[in-house]
Design a protein around this ligand. Structure first.
Ligand code: CUA
Length: 154
């Protein structure tokens, strides 16, 4: 007799727990991107602006100088090596085409998670000349350790 009661209570709390998880997930899952757009269909990244043209683009009339558009996929970044003029304020706009990747510049504050379908952004001024290694710091498969690129500030 009591077994049935406990089963009901158990099921009810499980349902409640899942509901709370789903609700908090919906509310806190993603911070809106500054550009106003947050999502991109991961299957169509190559066709959707700005990801159809990965690379460094000079911009006018914004509070930064360049947009650096990055597309990550197993196991590389597009574009490859990027040259940035010293003193430039750069808005990095990045996404992933396949699985979860990282975009980290060791020794700086840049450390982003690139989720498929989600646009990640970070604005940074590159004041010092030098080479900045880009590494993937989210495990993404057999090629993870070799997933690297570079920003060269000239
Ligand atoms: Cu991409 Cu690890």
């Amino acid at each position: 007799k009591y077994e049935k009661l406990w089963l009901t209570i158990g099921t009810a709390s499980l349902v409640l727990f899942l509901a709370i998880l789903i609700i908090t997930g919906l509310h806190n899952g993603h911070k809106p991107a500054a550009s106003g757009r947050e999502y991109v269909n991961p299957d169509k990244v190559d066709q959707i602006e700005p990801f159809n043209k990965p690379g460094l683009n000079k911009v006018d009339g914004k509070d930064y100088d360049y947009e650096l558009v990055i597309v990550a996929s197993a196991f590389n970044y597009q574009p490859g090596k990027v040259e940035i003029p010293k003193g430039s304020k750069v808005k990095i706009i990045a996404t992933s085409k396949d699985t979860l990747h990282g975009f980290s510049l060791p020794g700086t504050n840049v450390n982003m998670m690139l989720e498929p379908g989600h646009i990640s952004e970070y604005t940074k001024t590159f004041n010092d000349k030098g080479e900045y290694l880009i590494i993937c710091n989210e495990y993404c498969g057999v090629g993870h350790a070799d997933m690297k690129s570079m920003i060269k500030v000239v």
